[in-house]
Ligand binder design. Structure first.
Ligand code: NAD
Length: 423
């Protein structure tokens, strides 16, 4: 491992997790391993001050970040997160996982990520807009349709992408729809984008389940995080005959061995912004979520959730990482030893960035595809990527995570080698 002087990662921090994942892949990179240090350093990290006038006339300052981890294969691509825990090290790790993810599914992008350290629930809509616009202006010196293309992540959505696109366009003097993805449909957004990440979780999960002989019809699924990713994946699993037996979000944890009524759960989500007050099932302690009897577990909230201790208690046969970085490296080993298959984030949740790529392509050509076309292309990319990763895992007798890193790092480092070092 190698650490940079401006951060101080702990054993459970995301950057430490990422570095440990890179170290595990080094034996499979052959002569390309001589370039591996390039994966352990972000190419560029920007920290910006975001001052805004609050509705009461006071001024508040927020800390914003944009990290471009690696641009060897193309422009930076990755979401923007609004959360009180956002910090440079977390954004570095999230940017790095984008590098791996984009290469793993074969998209012509590098990896980037951004964020603001803020609890957006404490802001009015106007304050949220002013903060988004000022942040976009500040990072405007490094983003652009050919340079780095932000997208939604935790607590950001199509409206925030619309403000980002408008701000960037105002600053550059012409409408640049391709500067962000995940936009509203009539502003150059793509059909299928909102549910794409959840769909990718479902498609990779369905393929993995088939390969290990787990039937989706009647399968019991537990979902942590019932936002954009978790709720969309849950709906598709229910559509395939599975039942949601436990759900957890920031408003609480519910269990129902008979399976929740999905329409009711979605209704509560839209009404309350969370599912904690849904009338069905039993309200259980947050920690008890990890003991729930289930076949498939989908962590779709934040990183660092599956610790070795929780991994030892989990009952699932299959873990589908909707969230980025939900499993600590030591917990990965526990799951592996216990015969629990993990479809890692870097492939499992790549559906979102894949349809973001479609959106970016559509924006450049100003020609838009039908939702069916989007979904067919998405499914094919996800299925092909999983097959390649599965074959690599079989060949080297390694986990799907290390196999994804092997496939991705090879592509990134070949690009690095072919481009050569400047000057
Ligand atoms: P979101 O804001 O729509 O939802 C986040 C969910 O997590 C909410 O249900 C929230 O209640 C829950 N949550 C927050 N803190 C929690 C806690 N402490 N315990 C339990 N639940 C908690 O965000 P999202 O877009 O669904 O993103 C979820 C994860 O998926 C993140 O790790 C994100 O990086 C990853 N991801 C998102 C996308 C995308 O397209 N949105 C793409 C790839 C990966």
């Amino acid at each position: 491992m190698s650490y940079l002087s401006y951060i101080n990662p702990t054993a459970t921090s995301p950057w430490h997790t990422y570095l440990a994942q890179v170290d595990r892949v080094l034996p499979y990179l052959g002569p390309l391993a001589r370039w591996a240090e390039t994966l352990k350093r972000p190419k560029r990290a920007l920290i910006v001050d975001v001052p805004i006038e609050m509705d009461d006339g006071s001024v508040q300052h927020f800390e914003g970040f944009r990290v471009q981890h690696n641009l060897s294969r193309g422009p930076g691509k990755g979401g923007v997160r609004y959360h009180p825990d956002v910090n440079l090290e977390e954004v570095m790790a999230l940017a790095a996982w984008m590098t791996i993810k984009n290469a793993g599914v074969g998209l012509p992008y590098g990896g980037a990520k951004g964020g603001i350290r803020v609890d957006p629930k404490l802001l009015s809509n106007k304050e949220l807009e002013r903060m988004t616009r000022r942040y976009t202006s500040e990072i405007g010196i490094i983003i652009g349709p050919q340079r780095d293309i932000p997208a939604p992540d935790v607590n950001t959505n199509p409206q925030i992408m619309a403000w980002m696109m408008d701000t960037y366009s105002m600053n550059t003097g012409s409408t640049a729809t391709g500067v962000v993805t995940g936009k509203p449909i009539h502003l150059g957004g793509s059909l299928g984008r909102v549910k794409a990440t959840g769909r990718g979780v479902f498609v990779t999960g369905r393929e993995a389940a088939r390969r290990i002989g787990l039937k989706l019809d009647g399968a019991r699924v537990a979902v942590q995080g019932f936002g954009n990713v978790g709720s969309a994946a849950a709906e598709l699993f229910v559509g395939a005959g599975a039942k949601i037996v436990a759900v957890q979000d920031h408003t609480g944890t519910l269990a129902n061995p008979r399976g929740f009524d999905m329409a009711g759960l979605m209704g509560t989500l839209h009404r309350d912004g969370g599912v904690g007050n849904f009338r069905e099932g039993e309200r259980i302690g947050n920690e008890a979520f990890w003991d729930v009897d289930c076949d498939i577990m989908i962590p779709a909230a934040l990183e660092g959730q599956i610790t070795p201790e929780r991994a030892n208690r989990m009952k699932a046969k299959l873990v589908l990482e909707g969230a980025n970085g939900p499993t600590l490296p030591e917990a990965d080993d526990v799951l592996h030893d216990r015969g629990i298959l993990v479809v890692p984030d870097v492939i499992c949740n790549a559906g979102g960035v894949t349809v973001s790529y479609f959106e970016w392509v559509q924006d450049f050509s100003s020609f838009f595809w039908s939702e069916d076309e989007i979904n067919v292309r998405l499914d094919k990319i996800m299925i092909d990527a999983l097959k390649k990763i599965w074959d690599t895992a079989d060949h080297h007798k390694i986990t799907l995570r290390t196999a994804t890193f092997a496939v991705a790092c090879e592509r990134i480092l070949i690009a690095r080698e072919e481009r050569g070092l400047y000057p």
